[in-house]
Design a protein around this ligand. Structure first.
Ligand code: SF4
Length: 445
């Protein structure tokens, strides 16, 4: 079991010197117990206590990194089972597989598509993280050639997947300093795979069809000197795998079972592309550190990245856009002016509809602490005073010569009060749904 705050406190100097930035040793101990402070922040802790506290203060799930530079993928180091308890920190890495049984033209075509899997959603660029080279051919030369081609032609981090030590050795030598995940260690090849991972300073993916076998593999990998392990519980189906992933996460967090204190990976493969994306989304939510899929069409990947974006936001902090005047297109002094709230999803839905209308406009996202229109209105975060302030701060009156303000149809009841505050302005009640904006603008502007 993890040490409690009191257990940790007993091993601290108890001088309340504040060098760690906390007011007392007890406060520091409590933060450490919650994994919000680390032992090296206390400069005066004794070597003896360090020994006792060192492993206890390590994160229950180790942070494992794959690749280097901008696209280095960090997975693990999660502290909770449920995101409402705290938040999830290191987003699941999304990988797309590329088989070494493709010819050169096939490799190029597939990798070009993989490299292009980039999207823009609610103001953020999102893309996949890894290309997983799979030794489908069973041939060392083909695996090495595919690894070499992918390594040279992608900005993404890499996974090498094979159960042959010889083939893996051939491929890993072609990856330069990419630091791929060496995946495919099992009962039959663990020693050789562990040696390769260790020699090349790469993380090792161990794979088993039962949790007991997986635990043995992880332990033996550690004994062989591998520090970074990724666990692949490859059970008989989705339900069983999700149960396994939950057991692994629970054992690491609640029982401090260090053997399972590593991130996980799942390869997802289904003949039905919709089912594949659906399964991958389920793994992503509970609790896969990396999901590797075969499908590479944007309509398969975009939903997966959207799920990830949603799961890995902080549920206690709504995603917000900056509450300043936003220009859509190249608006001029005659362009429409409207406001909405600064909740990202709301704002970008409105912005998308305005863009689709092809009528250049000004949008003022009113600061409602990242809440949507109705939530903000019912919580009195969106009222006539707040809107007046937003209009004034935006200096929109210097940009347009008209005085017409479009307000969200959901808060039509605010129109009269707004008219009292914004005396020079005509209030136009817009549609209730953003989807109605395009036709509203076309018929009213
Ligand atoms: S630095 Fe160490 S001794 Fe000083 S208050 Fe923090 S925990 Fe206590």
């Amino acid at each position: 079991m993890a040490l409690t705050g009191l257990d940790i406190f007993k091993l601290l100097p108890k001088t309340n010197c504040k060098k760690c930035g906390k007011p007392t040793c007890l406060a520091f101990a409590m933060q450490m117990a919650q994994k919000k402070a680390s032992l090296d922040e206390c400069p005066d802790v004794s070597e003896e206590s360090k020994g006792k506290l060192g492993s206890a203060s390590a994160p229950p799930i180790k942070l494992v990194s794959i690749g280097r530079g901008d696209k280095e993928v960090k997975v693990g180091e999660e502290n909770v089972l449920f995101r409402h308890e705290e938040k999830f920190y290191n987003p699941t890495g999304v990988a797309v597989t590329i088989g070494d049984d493709l010819d050169e033209a096939g490799l190029k075509e597939r990798l070009d598509k993989i490299n292009a899997l980039k999207f823009h959603r609610v103001g953020t660029d999102i893309e996949i993280d890894l290309a997983a080279v799979v030794n489908k051919s069973g041939d060392a030369g083909k695996f090495a050639a595919a690894a070499k081609y992918v390594s040279a032609n992608t900005h993404l981090s890499m996974i090498l997947d094979s159960n042959s030590v010889d083939n893996m050795k051939a491929a890993i030598g072609e990856c330069g300093d990419k630091k791929p995940l060496v995946h495919g260690a099992d009962n039959g090849n663990l020693d050789g795979m562990a040696m390769l991972a260790k020699e090349n300073k790469c993380p090792l993916g161990v794979k088993a069809g039962s949790l007991e076998e997986l635990a043995d593999l992880a332990e033996n990998a550690k004994k062989a000197g591998v520090e970074d392990v990724v666990l692949n519980y490859d059970g008989p189906g989705l339900k069983d795998n999700l149960k396994g992933l939950t057991t692994i996460r629970r054992a690491a967090l609640k029982k401090n079972f260090r053997t399972f204190g590593f991130p996980t990976i799942n390869f997802v493969n289904d003949d039905d592309p919709f089912q594949e994306t659906s399964n991958a989304s389920a793994y992503l939510a509970k609790y896969s550190g990396i999901v590797a899929v075969n499908g590479l069409e944007p309509w398969q990947i975009m939903p997966l990245l959207t799920v990830r974006q949603n799961v890995y936001t902080d549920p206690q902090k709504p995603v917000q856009v900056e509450a300043k005047l936003h220009e859509v297109g190249q608006p001029d002094e005659n362009s429409p002016v409207m406001f909405t709230t600064n909740f990202s999803l709301t704002y970008y839905t409105v912005e998308g509809e305005v863009e689709a209308s092809r009528i250049a406009s000004y949008i003022i996202p009113v600061d409602t602490e990242g809440t949507s229109v109705l939530t903000a209105y019912s919580g009195d975060k969106l009222n006539e005073k707040v809107v007046l302030k937003a209009i004034t701060d935006s200096k929109i009156e210097e940009k347009v010569k008209h005085r017409k303000l479009i307000i969200p149809g959901l808060i039509a009841v605010l129109a009269a009060k707004l008219k009292d505050e914004l005396k020079d302005w005509e209030i136009l009640v817009g549609p209730k749904e953003a989807s109605g904006l395009s036709s509203f603008l076309k018929s009213n502007w």
